[in-house]
Design a protein around this ligand. Sequence first.
Ligand code: AMP
Length: 218
Amino acid sequence: MQILFLGAPGAGKGTQCKRLAANLKLIHLSSGDLLREAVKNGTAAGMTAKSYMDQGKLVPDPVLIEMFAEKLSSPACAGGFILDGFPRNLAQAKALDELLVKIKKQLSCVIDINVADGLIHERITGRRVCSKKECATPFHIKFQPPKQEGICDACGAELMIRSDDKPELVDERLKAYHELTMPLIDYYKQKGLLETVEGEGEPEQIFKSILKVLKVAV
Ligand code: AMP
């Protein structure tokens, strides 16, 4: 299966994609995680991306398209993948169409996780993530708190706040989402691939809704 997730920053894509990937044995490709790793490793892509990410703006398309061209054509993705955060605008969506033709794959489904803007601020500013790169389990201080404050349930490492989750960047990120990413909802609706899942309940309930639209059991 090749699944693409849409949804505003803070809609819960990361949490759901991680769980879905583990259950369906698919590769989870998160553009945000890949970019943060590139920044950390000081690669050329990371160096370009950093200043855009620090301002809550979209990183230039060629950086993302090159990154995903490499990932999607790797043997690891041959058994199926979940795209989370890419594409984020029309130019990237068209580039993805071309990449899919090249690797002879099609999207099985596009899932839009729908969350009202009013909730997004609280979702993003309360977000925490495990600081250990191999773990990176996401939490939320209100909606998905760890058993022990500041500590990852899964591996015991400290939790941290992502640098682009600063409250002052949230409005800028939402603006980019509305202007550039939301048109993709229509793009994939017209292709007959779009399914919408309500993203405002408990993570468990949202996961069940996702399995239902994918018509899979785990
Ligand atoms: P995310 O973790 O998906 O919210 O992404 C964090 C940041 O990475 C975004 O605010 C953007 O600066 C950048 N980013 C992630 N995905 C993309 C993309 N597909 N195109 C451009 N920039 C992106």
